[in-house]
Design a binder for this molecule. Structure first.
Ligand SMILES: Cc1cc2nc3c(=O)[nH]c(=O)nc-3n(C[C@H](O)[C@H](O)[C@H](O)COP(=O)(O)OP(=O)(O)OC[C@H]3O[C@@H](n4cnc5c(N)ncnc54)[C@H](O)[C@@H]3O)c2cc1C
Length: 380
């Protein structure tokens, strides 16, 4: 880094962790470029997300202007299979959606610093410079490289080649249903609550999220559901093969599920779920699936390369904390880089120690919660 020159960060991955890092580093005066493998805008991706304070803190630090970001719920209710309410507790929170956060962040970044269709191939670094080489032959140099490229991070694979995400033994079936599409009785029961059904070895949860256009008014929102179900590891490759016969590693996006699997999902819903949840599964035109993973990298800093978000550790979704953790990683990174009293290496090490500790606490808690919910006994 030349004294007096504007430092430059190369950010790999243009999802939540990558865009937030870019916005926060720009806020402290860095030049940023985001390189995203996908050639398309990502805003049709993803489902509901519980809105956590870490995301709002990061938005505030970066001066991101936003309107209402989510839909509030009050009670948590647990239904039995007949649809009767077994338990009701007051536990208010706000739910948003992946595309609402994505669009809010994307609007805060100028177009010329986001580069779609740029897949990182490898990185190399000298004493105070990092160089990224992309699959399309492009190469870029910067003062820092942020690996925000998700659970199957290319950056991490180069730096920690023996570390890979481990399948936790169950998957999340997910879907979104436009608010008016649900029958009146189900709407009356589910509106304004965070609803669950806990089975012996499965669990469904549901809450309202903003509409695809970000609308939060009644009638324009979407019902978001997640159904955790055990799947034997040996059966996973067939389950994650899309309608064109292509295998996927850990997820099938909306629109990729073969029709026969969607039919089987609806039949399983009829066999196991409460009536309003059955209606949600039947009302979903494009159900999608994500394998639940465990991953915790032992390091996040490698000279001038850092890992954050899911590239560094993947908490189970029961923590509702993956996005919050990515936001906390990125905010703390910007705050560490903003202070200039110590050499950058020392500041990055201090950042790493704190973020590793918090990440480990979240992944440990998520494992314990997920195994308990799914009735999984693991040898200690
Ligand atoms: C079922 C489920 C429910 C969840 N619910 C919640 C919730 O309620 N609350 C919550 O906070 N979190 C939730 N999460 C987790 C959350 O989605 C992530 O933790 C969060 O979005 C952080 O993601 P990320 O940006 O680090 O990685 P990702 O979103 O995986 O993004 C990585 C990006 O990097 C790109 N990329 C990959 N490789 C390359 C490459 N070589 N070159 C360039 N680009 C590349 C990818 O295309 C992608 O866009 C849930 C997850 C699951 C599975």
């Amino acid at each position: 880094m030349n004294p007096g020159s504007t430092p430059r960060a190369l950010i790999i991955g243009g999802s939540i962790g990558g865009l937030l890092s870019a916005i926060l580093l720009r806020a402290i005066g860095w030049r940023v470029d985001v390189f995203e493998r996908s050639p398309h805008a990502l805003d049709s991706r993803g489902g509901g997300i519980v809105l956590q304070a870490d995301v709002l803190h990061a938005f505030r630090f970066a001066g991101i202007r936003h309107g209402t970001l989510g839909v509030a719920s009050g009670d948590r209710i647990f239904l039995d299979q007949a649809g009767d309410v077994l338990q009701r507790t007051w536990q208010p929170q706000t739910q948003t959606s992946w595309n609402m956060l994505y669009q809010t962040m994307r609007r805060a970044l100028p177009d010329d610093c986001v580069h779609p269709g740029a897949a990182l191939a490898r990185v190399e670094q000298a004493a105070d410079q990092v160089r990224a080489h992309f699959a399309n032959g492009r190469s870029e140099a910067g003062d820092l490289l942020v690996g925000a490229d998700g659970a199957r991070s290319t950056v991490r694979a180069q730096l920690l080649p023996d570390l890979a995400p481990a399948y936790a033994g169950y998957v999340a079936w997910r879907g979104l249903v436009p608010e008016p599409d649900l029958d009146p009785a189900s709407r009356a029961l589910l509106a304004g609550v965070f609803a669950f059904q806990q089975g012996d070895d499965h669990m469904l949860l549901e809450y309202l999220v903003p509409g695809e256009d970000g609308a939060t008014q009644a009638g324009r929102r979407r019902w978001n559901w997640v159904w955790y179900r055990k799947v034997d590891a040996a059966l996973l490759p067939a389950l994650l093969t899309d309608r064109d016969g292509h295998p996927h590693a850990f997820s099938l996006p909306p629109g990729a599920l073969p029709e026969a699997r969607a039919r089987a999902l609806r039949a399983d819903a009829d066999a196991h779920l409460a009536p309003p949840f059955r209606a949600l599964v039947h009302g979903t035109t494009e159900p999608f699936i994500q394998a639940i993973l465990d991953l915790a990298a032992p390091r996040m800093v490698f000279g001038r390369i850092v890992l954050l978000g899911d590239a560094a550790s993947v908490p189970r979704p029961h923590t509702a904390g993956g996005t919050a953790k990515a936001a906390a990683n990125a905010l703390a990174l910007a705050q560490a880089l903003q202070r200039t009293e110590a050499p950058i290496e020392r500041r990055l090490q201090a950042w790493e120690a704190e973020q590793l500790r918090a990440g480990r606490a979240m992944t440990d808690r998520g494992r314990a919660m997920g195994d308990r919910i799914m009735g999984i006994d693991r040898p200690a």
